[in-house]
Design a protein around this ligand. Structure first.
Ligand code: NAD
Length: 442
């Protein structure tokens, strides 16, 4: 039966916006993630007073590709999928960035994520540009065989874009080491050479790096620790909340928990839990592995999902999706440090509110750069054909992240601005220096 409103009129179906263009409250305009990056870039560029045409050149994506991907499903029928690959910049080195499998993937989102990769690689000073890819699909709905065929079709269709010196993908939301293994294998069908460096985040047995799976969360922990030190917060007395308990959220929480931080609020896509006395993060990881949900964890009560963002804690880690904190809810955020585990969880308008309220935001292009840093280490190990111990990887990551945090803080303090704008200023300066030295071929 058709749905009706309380007045008996047929209900208008609610239009669902992908999360990269989440509907603004009180207006009909959606929030474009790519527009958010442009605003962040422009705010930093204005402070740098650089050549406008050069800024325009480095700001826009270099190449965006859209592919139709037919895949034979298990029932024998073909289904069409849409895939994207965006190379935002190759000024400092090959394009580098993950591949996302999610129903809400859009070109807008992939362009934004590719752009953030350019700035992220420059902030941690590794020799890569920025790229990102995605396929509009729900990996939970697909069988393993369907996922493998979809991945192989995507790689085969776009094969000329990729290469260890050209464009190097990695996992993102909805993809992981297994997908990267299929990616590498399909790419190698091009010839007979072994080229493991075409992709990072591979299983360790296929040439992946030790420490890669935990690297993003480890980087979030290092940045949070540095920020706490800067503000004079003792982590052993600090409380925290984390939104998203996947790769980034769970590892960040585990490592901070090991430093004595008490997590009182945790959420994932299934819901949220709280325990003012503290949640045992090790036990929660085991619970989620078994049940696929944070809900039902012993000793914690179920709460509204959004309440995790508004928890009265020292540290908040959004580690799920973009556009979670907007101008509509930023006033309710009560933490002292907001560590962006996810890409783009805070909109530029919300950023202004948080800054006014004295929240120290560690921007995504610094905070979650641990993943791409160890991806770089993986690529280096693939090229030299020698593999480092996990301790060696973690030691090098620590060194890179501490240096990047210090560089960003210095830039922000010198220009009396936020860490986000400081990070963008640092990244833009590093990209422009290279572009000026290379010159623009035209
Ligand atoms: P993931 O798929 O492993 O985990 C995502 C988590 O978010 C899951 O726990 C999911 O349940 C949860 N989630 C989804 N929707 C939610 C909602 N509405 N409310 C609360 N929780 C929700 O993904 P990931 O690799 O951990 O990535 C998370 C974020 O970190 C993304 O923005 C990604 O781009 C970014 N990131 C990841 C890496 C990496 O190395 N994996 C590196 C840099 C940035």
């Amino acid at each position: 039966m058709a749905k009706t409103t309380s007045r008996g009129k047929p209900a208008t179906p609610r239009k669902r916006h992908p999360r990269s263009v989440v509907q603004r409250k009180n207006t009909s305009l959606p929030i474009s993630v790519f527009a958010n990056v442009m605003k962040q870039f422009d705010a930093a560029a204005r402070k740098l007073k650089l050549d406008k045409s050069l800024l325009e050149f480095i700001k826009m994506p270099r190449r965006s590709t859209i592919a139709k991907l037919p895949v034979r499903m298990d029932d024998g029928n073909y289904r069409m999928f849409t895939g994207y690959r965006v190379q935002h910049s190759i000024a400092r080195g090959p394009a580098k960035g993950g591949i996302r499998y999610h129903p809400d993937v859009t070109l807008d989102e992939v362009q934004a994520l590719a752009s953030w990769m350019t700035w992220k690689c420059a902030v941690v000073n590794i020799p890569f540009g920025g790229g990102k890819g995605g396929i509009v699909c729900d990996p939970q709905e697909l069988s393993e065989g369907e996922l493998e065929r979809l991945t192989r079709r995507y790689v085969a269709d776009l094969i000329d874009l990729f290469g260890p010196d050209v464009d190097i993908p990695a996992p993102d939301v909805g993809t992981g080491p297994k997908v990267m293994g299929w990616f590498m294998d399909t790419y190698m069908m091009k010839g007979s050479a072994s080229i493991p460096g075409v992709v990072t985040g591979k299983p360790v047995l296929l040439g992946g790096s030790l420490g890669r799976a935990e690297a993003t969360g480890r980087g979030v922990m290092i940045c949070t620790r540095e920020a706490a030190d800067h503000l004079g917060i003792n982590l052993a007395d600090a409380t925290a909340a984390v939104q998203g308990f996947g790769n980034v959220g769970s590892v960040s929480a585990l490592l901070l928990h090991e430093l004595g931080v008490k997590f009182t609020h945790v959420s994932d896509v299934t819901g949220a839990i709280s325990n003012p006395g503290g949640i045992d993060i090790h036990a929660l990881v085991t619970h989620v592995e078994k049940t696929k949900s944070v809900l039902g964890f012993p000793g914690a009560k179920k709460i509204e999902s959004d309440d995790v963002l508004y928890a009265d804690v020292d540290i908040l880690i959004p580690a799920a999706l973009e556009n979670q904190i907007t101008e509509a809810n930023a006033h309710s955020v009560r933490c002292r440090i907001l560590a962006e585990g996810a890409n783009g969880p805070v909109t530029p308008e919300a950023d202004a509110v948080l800054q006014k309220n004295g929240v120290l935001v560690i921007p995504d292009i610094l905070c979650n750069a641990g993943g791409v840093t160890v991806s770089y280490f993986e690529w280096v190990q693939n090229r030299i054909g020698y593999f480092w111990s996990e301790d060696e990887v973690n030691r090098r990551l620590e060194e890179k992240m501490v240096a990047a945090f210090g560089d960003v803080l210095k830039m922000a303090e010198e220009h009396k601005t936020s860490l986000r704008i400081g990070a963008f200023m640092l990244a833009i300066t590093r990209v422009i220096q290279v572009v000026e030295m290379r010159g623009i071929y035209s």
